[in-house]
Write a protein that binds this ligand. Sequence first.
Ligand SMILES: C[S@@+](CC[C@H](N)C(=O)[O-])C[C@H]1O[C@@H](n2cnc3c(N)ncnc32)[C@H](O)[C@@H]1O
Length: 184
Amino acid sequence: MTKPLYDAHYQEQHYFGNPYHGLVAFFEAYEPKGHVLDLGCGQGRDSLSLGRLRYTVTGVDVSTVGLDQMNQAARDEQLNVTGKLGDVYTYPVAAEYDIVLLDSMLHFYKKDVENETKFVQRIASELKNSGVLAIFMMQGEKRETYLKRVLDEMEFEWEVLADRYTDYPEFNTRYHMYIVKKDS
Ligand SMILES: C[S@@+](CC[C@H](N)C(=O)[O-])C[C@H]1O[C@@H](n2cnc3c(N)ncnc32)[C@H](O)[C@@H]1O
């Protein structure tokens, strides 16, 4: 499994700041409030936020520092949010999951492109019919086009639920949110 490189970063509480406004607004409005699999949940900024919106959330990460913080906050607030130690690249997308969230897990830099492409393809394949794949990725025309091509070239149809940008003021940037529903 990948070394827990983020353990050092996560000594700082809320290292990645708040969840994006666009993420919260989308999932606040979305129904039904099902079971989310947050792959690479980190300290749980998204998982906890979704838990507060009454989703059930399973977060997976390699950083026990991040997971411990997230699980403690979930207990304190009595949320239906559970962080588990695991490797996102092999963690199965079981039928119990209605939504898979990937936030800042894809960049498609040259050295990662093969691995990340296989990662997206596996998740998309394992995702159940009518399941939702929500991808938040740093704005970039090339990587956005590439991601769409990877999904479009699969044998499934995708209903696009969101294809827009959301500000990320903590890091002075914008994120692309691409949220699609699988329609075999
Ligand atoms: C850029 S951070 C994003 C965290 C979170 N999604 C967020 O946006 O706040 C990437 C996260 O993925 C985790 N990660 C990276 N590779 C992993 C792997 N193979 N298995 C599990 N977690 C991994 C890291 O520990 C880190 O918490």
